[in-house]
Write a protein that binds this ligand. Structure first.
Ligand SMILES: Nc1ncnc2c1ncn2[C@@H]1O[C@H](COP(=O)(O)OP(=O)(O)OP(=O)(O)O)[C@@H](O)[C@H]1O
Ligand SMILES: [Mg+2]
Length: 262
């Protein structure tokens, strides 16, 4: 067993302690004949706070808890597509999108498609240490087919669509008929699959406000001590017609001691 598989097994056994969804339908294996297989580098994962590279049970459990809460609310509402965003930059959207996706994929009842939809500053592959060949931008610009853009990062039940950076026109591409068709295709292809979109910040351009109309819900990431309450209120005002699945308080300095936990 290689290091990634071992780390994955370890993380899975830890997460299963905090998760119980006995009534969920077992996921069918995803068959992506044309998706490229990609190896991940454990040191890069660890450095970039990706849970399969981490040995910290507290962090893995926290994402397990987030997964349980997100899956509950998505199931209750029959939501399949979830955008991850924040009022401003660097709150931890990409790290949250990746770790939540891995955590959901570790649940045998679900599969995940993680889409990097931050065309201005794509963060998913950068965080995972993967080189992007073709991505969502190329598909939206009709430079590549759908088959070209799927990659398989050797994490069971997780498939990704990366993106390259575009210089201008991100908002138009994200609200184009081709993008809307892509979202619908992703939503309908596998009934048990959750589709996670890593999005740009709400206040940078109108990418999120436009795209969120086509997503079932958003998960908001706020950075402890940095996101201002007026920015948060402004963001909610811009998204008043959008379903909010929840809010993640990221980079919090508050640590719960074991005694407090019990
Ligand atoms: N919980 C956390 N604790 C400490 N550092 C974190 C945490 N989450 C993310 N980071 C770090 O914060 C930085 C920004 O994270 P990330 O790229 O996920 O943010 P982002 O919101 O996607 O940024 P952008 O707006 O540029 O897309 C990275 O260096 C990441 O490692
Ligand atoms: Mg990002």
């Amino acid at each position: 067993m290689d290091r990634i598989s071992r780390a994955l097994e370890q993380a899975r056994s830890k997460i299963s302690k905090v998760h119980n969804e006995s009534d969920a339908v077992p996921a069918k294996p995803i068959q992506y004949s044309s998706s490229r297989k990609i190896s991940l580098e454990p040191d890069v994962l660890r450095e970039n706070r990706v849970i399969i590279g981490l040995d910290d049970e507290r962090i893995v459990d926290t994402y397990g808890l987030l997964r349980t809460r997100v899956l509950q609310v998505m199931k209750q509402n029959n939501w399949k597509t979830l955008g991850i965003t924040s009022p401003n930059t660097s709150a931890g959207k990409s790290v949250t999108a990746i770790n939540l996706s891995i955590s959901i994929a570790q649940d045998h009842n679900h599969s995940v498609l993680l889409v990097d939809a931050d065309l201005r500053k794509p963060g998913v592959c950068k965080t995972l240490g993967i080189e992007v060949e073709y991505g969502l931008n190329n598909y939206l610009l009709e430079e590549s087919s759908l088959d070209d853009i799927f990659i398989h990062p050797e994490i069971k039940r997780l498939v990704m669509v990366p993106s390259n950076r575009v210089h201008g026109g991100a908002s138009e591409l994200l609200s184009s008929p081709r993008m809307i068709e892509f979202i619908e295709h992703s939503r309908q292809r596998y009934p048990e699959r959750i589709v996670v979109f890593d999005l740009p910040p709400i206040m940078v351009g109108d990418d999120v406000v436009g795209l969120s109309q086509h997503l079932d819900a958003l998960l908001l990431v706020v950075e402890d001590g940095k996101t201002q309450s007026n920015e948060f209120k402004q963001a909610l005002e811009l998204l008043k017609d959008v379903n909010i699945a929840g809010v993640v308080l990221n980079k919090s300095e508050v640590v719960h001691k074991p005694s407090e936990y019990y």
